[in-house]
Write a protein that binds this ligand. Structure first.
Ligand SMILES: [Zn+2]
Length: 265
């Protein structure tokens, strides 16, 4: 079954909405509307930065307050660019080191943090399970996309054909330049899709390659059984849109983090 879908935007976040599923909340924050200053200005959500802890706490509270939640509703993990996934049963669970969080428990706010890597959101309107995963280039090469679908099938009895996915804001192939070692990993490890279609070169940039991570993740989700119409790509580049997003690459590593938040209300 395919579902109507729209993106609503306010200053602080993009909200991905599915027709007929008002209880599915999937959000991606911007850098606007918070209290952090300087290079972290202003809605920095991530503690893995040198920003003041107090400001990050306030920023998280500002966002959650829109939903009448305290920050004690948030659960997160230590993201390690791997492919481990966890089922969260309550917001006090310690998810440890992993790069995907899933739940079917209401009002448990899953959170992951990004500054260029690709956020993947998942929701199954039939089984009412929701999830998030962190697909940087390593997670993408490790096929965290289809591992996430498999995880939802095993843990919540989902059918791939019912799952809706959002591929959120991340670095585009305009800016995601890599050398030949990284390019070789994509070619060697992703055999289930025709990866050549998603790798390009530019004149004057010999030995460099431009990889379309969003399109690769979409293709991996298709090969995992999702309907094309149920995969929504938010086609914006975090490195190009500097008024809206932090970018690890553009800002040379010292920058804030956007949050991907997912919960069933
Ligand atoms: Zn770009």
């Amino acid at each position: 079954m395919t579902r109507g879908f729209k993106i609503n935007e306010n200053e602080k976040y993009f909200r991905y909405e599915l027709a007929g599923s008002p209880s599915a909340n999937m959000l991606f924050t911007t850098r606007r509307g918070g209290v952090s200053e300087g290079r972290y200005s202003s809605l920095n959500m991530g503690y893995s930065t040198c920003d003041s802890k107090e400001n990050i706490y306030k920023n998280r509270a500002i966002v959650l307050n829109d939903f009448n939640f305290g920050i004690d509703r948030m659960t997160s993990s230590d993201q390690v660019h791997g492919v481990e996934l966890r089922a969260v049963k309550s917001c006090s669970d310690d998810a440890g080191e992993c790069d995907g969080l899933f739940t079917d428990v209401k009002n448990t706010v899953l959170s992951m943090y990004f500054a260029d890597c690709t956020p993947l959101f998942f929701y199954d309107p039939v089984k009412k399970a929701i999830g998030l995963s962190h697909a940087g280039w390593r997670g993408t090469v490790g096929d965290i996309a289809s591992k996430s679908v498999e995880f939802m099938k095993q843990n919540y009895g989902c059918c791939a054909g019912d799952i809706v996915a959002v591929i959120g804001p991340s670095i585009g192939c305009c800016c995601f330049e890599v050398g030949s070692e990284v390019e070789a990993e994509f070619r060697e490890k992703l055999k289930s899709i025709s990866v050549n279609e998603y790798i390009s070169v530019k004149e004057g940039r010999a030995g460099k390659f431009y990889i379309n991570l969003k399109a690769i993740n979409k293709s991996l989700l298709r090969s995992a059984g999702l309907e094309s119409e149920n995969i929504h790509v938010h086609d914006v580049c975090t490195s190009c849109a500097k008024e809206v997003f932090y970018s690890y690459r553009r800002d040379k590593g010292d920058t804030g983090r956007m949050a991907a938040l997912a919960f069933i209300g």
